[in-house]
Design a protein around this ligand. Structure first.
Ligand SMILES: NC(=O)c1ccc[n+]([C@@H]2O[C@H](COP(=O)([O-])OP(=O)(O)OC[C@H]3O[C@@H](n4cnc5c(N)ncnc54)[C@H](OP(=O)(O)O)[C@@H]3O)[C@@H](O)[C@H]2O)c1
Length: 296
């Protein structure tokens, strides 16, 4: 990965930080994003120390807001002339429905709209690198319950409450379509499920509100005991760096980096295209065919 630049959203903690350490060890110039300056600076120090490489940068941005995501894009573009790998790792589990001042549910923005927006606007830099790679990190129980999108005729801003699993399923379906639209661009896009890891996200899921919740929480904590984020970072590191996946796009990988069949509920009928269309509308983006791409 020497000479390559990698942007990892949510690289300041959990699986993203371990992904950053792994890729920095391979020699990549790693740029991580997070929301909090102190946590971000501490993460950069940790990544430098653990990897033995100093070439680590931080860009602050709250990825529940489209406007701040644009700031991340602008900052990245002003500081870097190429992007070899974009890892859309940041994710959130909403405790309850949170609507942002921009009119979207935060869970939908962080888990789906932001990965699409970053990929779309950083495409020229990904193409400039020759064979850019995009890796979208999914979660929940991929495909379970299908895509719980209340009414596909409604814009994404007008959907009923979208939880974590459905938001990730929407991201998966949208990624499947996006990868098809990227064919011939020289940029690949794949989705990976990292597996369970003991991180801030999963620790926050353990509820102590009722006796049943306490029991479930205790069982879940046991499951988390050996679920190291280092292990869950492996698939992203593999997809970012391995020659084995050169040119492979539109695939869905398990925590071991093995390509799996897409869940039928995600790629059924024209669902991916419907989601892609709603995504472009929500983000006010032109269809990709109309976007002037710089020559390779
Ligand atoms: N942990 C698991 O068991 C598990 C299982 C399957 C899939 N996943 C997926 O793996 C990815 C990483 O999860 P994790 O467990 O490592 O989570 P984590 O420890 O909670 O880390 C989340 C990262 O995302 C950032 N982030 C969260 N919300 C953000 C926002 N609104 N704006 C900007 N940054 C934000 C955090 O930055 P701050 O420093 O600013 O908080 C942090 O760097 C997620 O996509 C998750 O869905 C996790």
């Amino acid at each position: 990965m020497h000479g390559k630049t990698v942007l990892i959203t949510g690289g300041t903690g959990g699986i993203g930080k371990q992904t950053a350490i792994g890729l920095a060890k391979l020699g990549a110039h790693v740029v991580v994003s997070g929301r909090d300056a102190e946590r971000g600076k501490a993460a950069v120090r940790d990544i430098q120390e653990a990897s033995g490489h100093q070439n680590i940068d931080l860009i602050l941005s709250d990825l529940s807001l489209i406007s701040q995501t644009h700031r991340l894009i602008d900052t990245f573009r002003s500081r870097f002339s190429r992007l070899d790998v974009l890892i859309n790792n940041a994710g959130m589990i909403p405790a309850s429905r949170v609507d942002t001042e921009e009119g979207f549910q935060a869970a939908l923005v962080v888990n789906h709209l932001v990965p699409a927006l970053l990929t779309y606007h950083l495409l020229p830099l990904l193409r400039a690198s020759g064979n850019g790679r995009v890796i979208n990190v999914t979660g929940g129980m991929p495909g379970a319950g299908g895509v719980d999108i209340a009414n596909l005729r409604k814009p994404l801003a007008d959907q009923a409450k979208i939880g974590y699993g459905p938001a990730k399923n929407i991201m998966m379906a949208g990624s499947y379509a996006f990868a098809q639209h990227l064919q011939g661009s020289g940029v690949t896009l794949n989705v990976t499920f990292p597996g369970l890891a003991d991180t801030a996200m999963t620790r926050n899921m353990v509820s102590t509100k009722t006796p049943v919740a306490r029991l479930m929480g205790a069982l879940f904590s046991l499951m988390l005991a050996n679920a190291r984020p280092e292990k869950a970072a492996r698939s992203s590191i593999y997809l970012a760096s391995s020659a084995d996946v050169e040119g492979i796009s539109g695939s869905y990988f398990n925590p071991k980096g093995k390509a799996l069949a897409w869940p039928g509920s995600i790629i059924r009928d024209d669902l991916p295209e419907q989601i892609w269309k709603l995504t472009l509308e929500a983000l006010r983006l032109e269809p990709l065919t109309a976007v002037a791409m710089p020559p390779l």
